[in-house]
Design a protein around this ligand. Structure first.
Ligand SMILES: [Zn+2]
Ligand SMILES: [Zn+2]
Length: 275
């Protein structure tokens, strides 16, 4: 376990911009951040907080033309019932599958020891990118297989395809198996790559944001897929297309695997309203 008194004797790590933040977390919030529940709490809160503004946008619809002009499948608005169903699915999966899995992990594995030093910004960027690339590859393979195998699709992945026009809350409209699989990778990939916990948490926040952005149903000009050059990220246009044409755009974040294996399909924007 971390020895705080030893930490206080450590010289200041002036080359580490994130050291004050890391010290603050260690000194003030150690019970919270060392809890096995923390990564789950962080991921669930991010999903909730990131989804709320886009849910408001969905409810306002055509009344906000500034945003509605970017709606990908015009006219296909999610209802409050659809939103609640996705939210309840996420809640059900977390209560009955994720939390018991965390409790089991607590009983089996020892409490991880947090490092004294913060990561450098360079480490956060490079290690974070490595985690995202590994997850993107794992999910691409898993996703491809679950679309090609009828039984796997029917029993595991079809839940996520209930809606042809995705919306922010549908990001975690998943079967328990799918949520547990992505949860396992999210937890294990940073350990496999020996990343700092702070890097792993930054990636959690960033990847949840990207996943929600994939599902918002709006091709906003300031979204990450437009800000990152060369079409390296698929974003909402690619993933919306996957919900319209499920045998395309399998990668969750990046576009390279879909381009390499010929599964990339460009967005066909629906201009006619479908009621
Ligand atoms: Zn989706
Ligand atoms: Zn799919």
């Amino acid at each position: 376990m971390l020895n705080i008194s030893e930490m206080l004797l450590q010289p200041h790590q002036g080359d580490r911009v994130l050291q004050p933040l890391w010290n603050y977390l260690l000194f003030r919030h150690l019970p919270l951040i060392s809890s096995p529940f923390f990564p789950v709490l962080l991921a669930a809160s991010c999903y909730f907080i990131c989804s709320i503004p886009f849910a408001a946008l969905d409810l306002l619809g055509e009344r906000v033309p500034l945003f509605y002009q970017y709606k990908i499948q015009a006219g296909r608005q999610p209802t409050v019932g659809m939103m609640l169903k996705s939210l309840m699915t996420a809640l059900y999966n977390h209560i009955f599958f994720v939390l018991p899995a965390v409790i089991m992990t607590m009983c089996i594995l020892p409490t991880p020891i947090l490092p004294q030093d913060a990561p450098t910004l360079y480490e956060v960027f490079i290690d974070g990118l490595a985690i995202l690339l590994l997850f993107d590859t794992q999910y691409y393979i898993w996703h491809f297989v679950h679309h090609k195998h009828p039984q796997l699709y029917r029993w595991i992945h079809s839940v996520h395809h209930e809606y042809m026009a995705p919306f922010s809350w549908s990001t975690e409209h998943l079967s328990p198996s799918e949520l547990m699989t992505v949860g396992l990778w999210s937890n294990q990939d940073p350990l496999i790559l020996k990343c700092h916990p702070l890097t792993a948490w930054c990636v959690t926040v960033f990847s949840i944001w990207m996943s929600v952005e994939d599902h918002i149903g709006y091709d906003l000009p300031w979204s990450l897929n437009h800000l990152v050059p060369f079409g390296l990220l698929g974003g909402a246009p690619a993933h919306d297309m996957h919900h319209q044409k499920p045998n395309s755009n399998y990668a969750p974040f990046f576009s390279h695997w879909d381009r390499l294996f010929g599964t990339a399909v460009a967005l066909e924007k629906k201009t006619l309203k479908v009621l």
